[in-house]
Design a binder for this molecule. Structure first.
Ligand SMILES: Nc1ncnc2c1ncn2[C@@H]1O[C@H](COP(=O)(O)OP(=O)(O)O)[C@@H](O)[C@H]1O
Ligand SMILES: [Mg+2]
Length: 221
């Protein structure tokens, strides 16, 4: 069985004018189903770069990222998009909900895009909203919800196609400390049968994680 997610000697550099920024340097690691891993490091240490590579939103400058054994650099843009839709749920710092859609419609969107029948998509979206404690807010627009509630909607959406890999980039970065803690605990409730990677500079994530990876200056510490 291949690992759900594997980094093998991964480096990612950015060209900035005449100079190169080495955002990730020779990173190797592997993730198994059912584990919640916190990748912790200060601002600028390469966390978002790592998450974008893990989510096939970006490809390495050298080395290989494999998702379910598939090298992301051997897929074209369309192949990576298909892989993301099938396999990966994303949660971001600023929630990234569609402002004109209700909570229910936001959660149903991935299932509708992937061609699921409308009635089934909405039925599953409703039950996911229940599971994140927002059953009573299904018809609310994002702007009618608190930050913590919006992040719950984003989490429900990320889980909507039963994705085996959940990737979160600073999911508590825009929330107060107590709300952030609640979101981290809630994310942890969904680890069964899937792999969850949270990248963050929030030390609270270490308390809910099964394993902590520290990065600094683009290297695993
Ligand atoms: N698109 C980009 N172009 C140039 N430099 C970038 C780009 N994205 C990130 N960087 C640089 O790479 C380093 C790591 O950034 P990032 O992965 O965003 O770190 P973190 O998420 O830990 O704050 C930083 O020095 C950042 O300025
Ligand atoms: Mg970042």
């Amino acid at each position: 069985m291949p690992h759900i997610l594997e980094f093998e000697n991964v480096s990612r550099s950015y060209q900035e004018g005449a100079s190169q920024i080495h955002a990730l340097r020779d990173v190797s690691m592997a993730f198994s189903p059912g584990e919640l891993v916190a990748v912790v490091g200060p601002s600028g240490s390469g966390k978002s770069t790592l998450l974008h590579l893990a989510g096939a939103l970006d490809t390495p400058t050298s080395g290989a990222v494999r998702i379910n054994g598939q090298r992301t650099d051997q897929l074209n843009e369309e192949g990576r998009a298909r892989l993301r839709l099938k396999t990966i749920g994303f949660v971001f710092q600023f929630f990234n909900l569609i402002p004109t859609l209700s909570a229910l419609e936001n959660v149903a969107a991935p299932a509708l895009i992937s061609g699921l029948r409308t009635s089934i998509a909405y039925h599953e979206a409703a039950s996911l909203l229940e599971r994140v404690g927002l059953g009573a807010r299904a018809s609310h627009l994002p702007e009618q919800l608190s930050g913590g509630e919006q992040q719950r909607v984003a989490l429900a959406r990320a889980l909507s196609l039963g994705a085996p890999l959940l990737l979160a980039d600073e999911p508590t970065g825009n929330l107060d400390s107590e709300t952030g803690h609640q979101i981290l605990r809630l994310i942890g409730e969904f680890r069964e049968g899937r792999t969850i990677v949270i990248v963050t500079h929030d030390a609270k994530a270490e308390a809910v994680a099964d394993r902590v990876i520290r990065i600094k200056d683009g290297r695993v510490d």
